[in-house]
Design a protein around this ligand. Sequence first.
Ligand code: ATP
Ligand code: MG
Length: 137
Amino acid sequence: YEETLALIKPDAVKAGHTGKIIEAVIAAPFTICAIKKTMLNRAMAERFYAVHREKPFFDDLVQFMSSGPIYAMVLGGESALLRWRELMGATNFEEAAEGTLRKRFATSLGRNAVHGSDSLENACTEIAIFFSRQEVL
Ligand code: ATP
Ligand code: MG
């Protein structure tokens, strides 16, 4: 059993894809252990993506991620981390497999609809950014 952090990014929320993404989460299936609608400010987005601080796309990424409401979810299940990354599809939506969330909903490399933790260690850190331990059930 694992838990991972999933985000529905501002582009997908704005475009009205939240319901379809949550349906895919439930159908997969994952347990939704926690969910909230929230918005990152600049400082929070910088902290969330601290590992990418040196990348050329960092400023755009922070600007985009703080540009509107997002949904944060803790998804639980067997192999939840890898299974959620599989459901998201490749970072670059042009390389994402048919049926994946990024294939369905991404509109550019940056505006790629969803986020998922990339390791169990990072999942733990990322979950703590959005949720207290009592909120994850
Ligand atoms: P995420 O961390 O959002 O789940 P990921 O793990 O698939 O996505 P990362 O390599 O962690 O991809 O990059 C984080 C995010 O930064 C990507 O989801 C994408 O939105 C953006 N990004 C990555 N590479 C580029 C790039 N070359 N140009 C613009 N944006 C990029
Ligand atoms: Mg990542």
